[in-house]
Ligand binder design. Structure first.
Ligand SMILES: [Zn+2]
Length: 544
């Protein structure tokens, strides 16, 4: 009888446990190591729990508040944050590792879950924040009276130091408020670099105080080509609708965004694309173009022949003025100067450019671009900054400190790594989120640039290509996906293109290759998708 009662009791207990909301550490990106997992024993978190942070450490206090907010969002459980100290018994404790236990990886962290509670320890505030994201993603998404955390020791650190995501706000504009939402999405996926493409032929999107007329004028496109550069009877077809009036960020807004991102341990790398992709600026300063214009903010998509005149000394003055303000707004060590898709046809026929080539003893127009890059490399280096360029910057020879972003496949990245330049891999075939994620043109997805990049292909990316020596492999600094917005008109569409492919990229960026497994990832992804729904992110539900 007693035996029966006991087993009945055990059954009831286990049923009760089954019904209780449980944390699941199989999140995206998967932590590198989930050890000592014991699903039969749990630490129970209940409403009004406490989160302790090291007394006097404002950074950890802020992190404790993030955690408090995240738990509330997903489970409705309230908590208090307290400085740790004698007599403080906290359910969750945030603490930095003692100096002698710290490793070199700033983002490495450990989550210890046992009968005493949840202990988050890390090398830095950044590591604490990454740990908090893992803990957050392990939570059930429902109103809870308690959450059971299975005992475990989770040890984690990112595979790559550079884990980026790009957004083009020049072709279509997304306001400052939405950029913060975008940054929230990046934080959820463990991204630490936001590559912000803020100028292009079709729009100039940031305030330059020394040239107050630039942004207000160059942000306005009088019309935009219909469809994918629709063309009829020798001319493009336009919508004849003005786009972009007032659509640029003030410096104040950008500083606010920089701070917002930094609190989430995301660095913002601004990109001023040059010497091509500059028609919007030329429309205000036609004297900076080889033909002298007139130019209008470009209403079509593609690569414009009109670029900055490399032979005009005022071009360099213009660029240095712009970059001075960029450096003032953005503390990022890395500044992107574009360098892609810059045709040399105008330079070939421009007396100023030809005179400059003669003066410098250059044999090819491509070297004019290298001349510009070298000049700006010196300029940025003197300011303690480092230049990043697209892989075309290799063509006339790289400037000394340049970082290369390899987009036309892997070849540029391989070449740059062999020359011992840091490389960010972002090949179109794995990383271009403007490509379709559902096969074929169809009613199930809005118009896109074309291509086909399903979730599995993003997941399958390997940033370190074969054929590099051990030494050369060290120059592969990381990977990122790019989101160009010629055909992306709304923030809903941004999210549709970004999610869930960003989740796949986050495992490329974070997880060791031998631990990657697409089938297991798809399983883990389901909880991530529920989280997107909870936050109102408009992800692609029919991903392939
Ligand atoms: Zn010229």
């Amino acid at each position: 009888m007693r035996k029966l009662a006991c087993s009945l009791f055990a059954l009831v207990l286990s049923l009760a446990t089954l019904a209780q909301p449980k944390a699941d550490y199989n999140v995206v990106p998967l932590p590198q190591h989930i050890g000592q997992l014991d699903t039969t024993r749990h630490f129970t978190l209940r409403p009004h729990f406490t989160i302790a942070y090291t007394a006097g450490n404002a950074e950890l206090e802020r992190n404790a508040e993030f955690l408090q907010q995240y738990v509330k969002e997903l489970t409705q459980m309230n908590s208090t944050t307290v400085p740790s100290g004698k007599g403080v018994k906290a359910d969750i404790t945030l603490q930095l590792r003692p100096a002698k236990q710290r490793t070199t990886q700033p983002e490495a962290y450990t989550l210890n879950i046992d009968k005493k509670g949840i202990l988050i320890s890390a090398n830095s505030g950044e590591g604490i924040f990454r740990a908090i994201q893992t803990l957050r993603k392990s939570l059930p998404i429902e109103d809870c009276q308690e959450v059971l955390f299975p005992y475990a020791v989770i040890d984690d650190e990112a595979r790559f130091a550079y884990r980026g995501q790009h957004l083009d706000v020049a072709r279509h504009f997304f306001d400052a408020e939405y950029i913060k939402t975008f940054i929230d999405i990046l934080a959820l996926h463990g991204i630490n670099q936001f590559h912000w493409h803020i100028t292009d032929d079709q729009g100039w999107r940031f305030e330059v105080k020394s040239m107050p007329e630039l942004a207000p004028k160059a942000s306005i496109r009088k019309k935009t080509v219909i469809g994918r550069n629709c063309y009829s009877k020798h001319s493009y077809l336009y919508d004849n609708t003005e786009y972009g009036r007032g659509c640029y960020y003030t410096q104040q807004q950008m500083r606010d965004i920089v701070r917002y991102a930094a609190e989430r341990y995301i660095n913002i790398i601004p990109e001023i694309d040059l010497p091509g992709h500059m028609v919007a600026a030329l429309s205000v300063y036609p004297e900076l173009g080889c033909t002298g214009g007139p130019y209008e903010v470009w209403p079509v998509w593609g690569v414009a022949d009109d670029v900055l005149c490399a032979g005009n000394p005022r071009t360099m003055e213009f660029l240095k003025k712009v970059l001075t303000e960029v450096c003032d707004i953005f503390p990022s060590r890395y500044i992107h100067i574009g360098g892609d898709e810059s045709p040399r046809v105008r330079w070939k026929h421009c007396p100023k450019c030809q005179a400059k080539m003669k003066e410098l003893g250059l044999g090819r127009e491509a070297e004019l671009q290298t001349y510009i890059n070298k000049e700006l490399d010196r300029f940025l280096t003197a300011k303690g900054r480092t230049l990043i360029g697209w892989d075309e910057t290799l063509e006339g020879g790289l400037s000394e400190n340049a970082v290369v972003m390899s987009w036309r496949g892997y070849a540029g990245g391989i070449e740059a790594a062999r020359q011992h330049h840091p490389v960010i891999m972002t090949p179109t075939g794995n990383c271009y989120l403007d490509y379709y994620q559902i096969k074929g043109e169809s009613a199930t997805q809005p118009l896109g640039i074309g291509g086909y990049l399903p979730l599995s292909k993003v997941y399958g990316m390997e940033p370190v290509p074969e054929g590099l020596s051990q030494e050369e492999q060290k120059y592969i600094w990381g990977a990122q996906c790019n989101l160009w917005t010629e055909y992306v008109l709304s923030s809903d569409h941004v999210e549709f293109m970004l999610l869930p492919r960003l989740a796949a990229m986050s495992e490329v960026q974070w997880l060791s290759p031998e631990k990657k497994d697409f089938k297991a990832f798809e399983k883990r992804l389901q909880h991530t998708l529920r989280m997107y729904e909870k936050f109102g992110y408009k992800y692609c539900t029919k991903y392939e």
